[in-house]
Design a protein around this ligand. Structure first.
Ligand SMILES: NC(=O)c1ccc[n+]([C@@H]2O[C@H](COP(=O)([O-])OP(=O)(O)OC[C@H]3O[C@@H](n4cnc5c(N)ncnc54)[C@H](O)[C@@H]3O)[C@@H](O)[C@H]2O)c1
Length: 435
């Protein structure tokens, strides 16, 4: 499938990290209104450029336009691509105004083309592992989700100094002005909605806690840096999701069922550690003593935290496991390896690959328009909740999604629920002690 990129800023380099794993996606060319930036990426990655967006859209070979422009440009850029009869894959948020988002999806439908986009962590090994474990009944009936997206105190992170490998400055003004919820909530909302169905209610609160995050003026100056949302899903599950640029980094999530808990360590890592704990009286009681709580490795002997699940592998799992052609120095390669191992790893090309595969096979999109609209609505509702809070029923819904396919299927997650020795030995005494 033949694609072209519009917008070649900071996130473009993150896309390029996994490009090597998607040879079926041929990049015909790129365009950016920043001529210097366009020249830099064209030279670095050996890409052809278009002299204008008109020229990109006029290229009859281009099937998918990938929109990585600044959020303020999304509406115009997407609209023009749809009007030119192109399929569009867009970075999130589609737009910052729900009615404009709806308008774009209506336009795509009217033109008979696809509009879909990021985030694509729904297709990651970690989330598919989680989804499968829930489906296997590993935690019994799921009832509760705790989802965290604290991304460190922005005012202490020296965001002005952050650069991508090819020198694009991190767009901290846009990020802080558009807000942590609009930027990040989607990473949790996509999997929660995909696995547990549309949100039936949203009770949310958002506020600005740290007024001064940078000396550069922000517009608006007071976009919330905290949101807390409680959602109920059609599948009968309730969730509490927190997004902030105030608290130290925590990207974890927990799905708690009547019989256990699944934990994913980092929603920003496509191959994050996924653990399954099947609750027992021993593992629950072991959370009470201070020593076991403060020494996680001791707690594990008693079953606290459970066991690591083998990650389900998918058709593109390899793409995120290596990086080619972004930074070429030894230092970059070492940093890249360390980052992928320890901090985060995302294959942002995967969303385009899944979109293109569905188009090739003539089937519906894995993240169809009703789903995308719902996610956009939820993120905006939560961000705009304000300090007084809001409690609403979303106006949109979507038809159930299919779990992404896996390679080889794999054993049931329940098979990994063998309990550690201590936990098994103590089962009798703990039961006796509790009468
Ligand atoms: N920065 C991140 O870590 C990150 C991560 C995930 C997603 N995103 C999303 O990706 C998108 C881009 O983010 P970014 O960090 O690369 O921003 P950026 O500001 O670094 O890059 C945006 C690029 O788009 C170009 N551009 C703007 N309007 C244009 C137009 N009308 N036509 C052509 N080019 C245009 C700019 O010149 C710039 O080079 C945003 O939607 C953002 O939410 C960013």
């Amino acid at each position: 499938m033949k694609i072209a990129f519009v917008g070649c800023g900071y996130v473009f380099d993150i896309y390029m990290r996994a490009r090597w794993g998607h040879p079926e996606l041929q990049i015909l060319g790129v365009f950016d209104i920043d001529a210097a930036r366009l020249a830099t990426v064209a030279k670095h990655y050996g890409l052809d450029t278009y002299p204008s967006y008109e020229a990109l859209l006029a290229d009859p070979e281009v099937q998918i336009v990938v929109n990585l422009t600044s959020i303020a440009s999304h509406h115009g850029v997407i609209k023009r691509a749809l009007e030119a009869g192109k399929h569009v894959y867009s970075e999130k948020p589609v737009t910052m105004e729900f009615e404009r988002t709806r308008e774009l999806f209506a336009l795509a439908e009217a033109r008979g083309v696809v509009l879909t986009g990021a985030p694509c962590n729904l297709y990651s090994d970690s989330i598919v592992t989680l989804w499968k474990a829930v489906g296997d009944g590993a935690v019994g009936k799921p009832v509760l989700i705790y989802a965290e997206l604290d991304d460190n105190p922005a005012h202490l992170m020296h965001l002005e100094q952050v650069r991508s490998p090819t020198g694009a400055p991190f767009p901290y003004v846009e990020e802080l002005s558009s807000g942590c919820t609009v930027e990040h909530a989607g990473y949790h909302l996509v999997w929660m909605c995909a696995v547990f169905g549309p949100a039936l209610s949203v009770t949310a609160f958002s506020d600005t806690l740290v007024a001064h995050k940078t000396d550069t003026p922000l517009s608006p100056p007071d976009t919330p840096d905290l949101s807390v949302a409680c959602l109920t899903f059609a599948g009968g599950v309730s969730a509490r999701m927190t997004c902030s640029w105030v608290a130290p980094r925590d990207h974890s999530l927990r799905v708690i069922g009547e019989g256990g808990e699944i934990r994913v360590d980092n929603i920003f890592h496509d191959q994050s550690r996924v653990t399954l704990e099947r609750f027992s009286r021993v593992s629950l009681a072991a959370r009470k003593p201070y020593t076991l709580r403060s020494q996680p490795s001791l707690g594990r002997l008693f079953g606290v935290g459970g066991r690591r699940l083998p990650l389900v592998r998918r058709w593109k799992s390899h793409a995120v496991e290596a990086e080619r052609g972004v930074g070429r120095s030894l230092k970059h390669k070492a940093v890249s390896w360390l980052r992928r191992r320890e901090v985060y790893a995302q294959d942002k090309f995967l969303g385009i690959a899944e979109m293109a595969r569905a188009l090739r096979e003539g089937r519906g999109q894995p993240m169809p328009s009703d789903f995308m609209i719902h996610i956009n609505e939820l993120a905006l509702l939560i961000q705009n909740a304000g300090p007084a809070g809001t409690s609403v029923k979303p106006a949109t819904t979507f038809a159930p999604l299919q779990r992404p396919d896996t390679v080889g299927g794999g054993p049931s997650a329940v098979d990994y629920a063998r309990r550690p020795l201590f936990e098994r030995l103590l089962q009798g005494p703990v039961k006796a002690a509790h009468g």
